[in-house]
Design a protein around this ligand. Sequence first.
Ligand SMILES: Nc1nc2c(c(=O)[nH]1)N[C@H]1C(S)=C(S)[C@@H](COP(=O)(O)O)O[C@H]1N2
Ligand SMILES: [Mo]
Length: 201
Amino acid sequence: MFRSKAEQKVADAGFDPARLPPGQYLTEKWPVLHAGNVPETDLATWDFKVVGEVENPVTLGWDELKALPASEVTIDIHCVTRWSRFDTGFRGVSWATLAELVKPKPSGRFVVAHAEQGFTANVPIAALEDEQSLIAYEADGEPLTPEHGWPLRLVIPSRYFWKSAKWLRGLELVPSDQPGFWERYGYHNDADYWKEERYEF
Ligand SMILES: Nc1nc2c(c(=O)[nH]1)N[C@H]1C(S)=C(S)[C@@H](COP(=O)(O)O)O[C@H]1N2
Ligand SMILES: [Mo]
């Protein structure tokens, strides 16, 4: 069977090459990528909101968030800059758990993730409902490091990793799609890595 060099490297590392989306290569490291600076966070004043098209908007403090039932996922990260990292474990709160609290309205068809410093990312609600998606505070068994989004980040494994907003402060359900920070900058709105939806033009 013909394999690209990138696929061969995946096989050599002991993984199924079929896990590597087109145009990606495997990295063992976990690169750090973002616009702007790593924000400073004071957990005493920090909060996390779920608002918009929901019956019961909530604002959770750090302790309240941590008191919710936790979930764990192990997922592959695919960055639009072409590195992929396999089997990163995340722990946090699932959308299903938050949805029980906020009771989404049927009109909440899209989600805007709001992060520190005005960063936003948009996904259809189905991407958040995916059982592998998570509102995460731990990676690989440790609290997130500041550069990877501590205290809280979104993890949307079905899309290129720019959708996974670091330093997450809220989720807003909206009736119609609203392009986020990188999407307005020319990145593809849908960001499906199997279709190589990297850039809009
Ligand atoms: N708040 C915020 N989150 C962000 C970004 C950003 O600029 N700001 N960049 C995104 C991009 S482009 C990528 S590839 C991933 C990188 O996550 P990592 O640094 O943990 O690898 O974060 C995403 N989340
Ligand atoms: Mo990225």
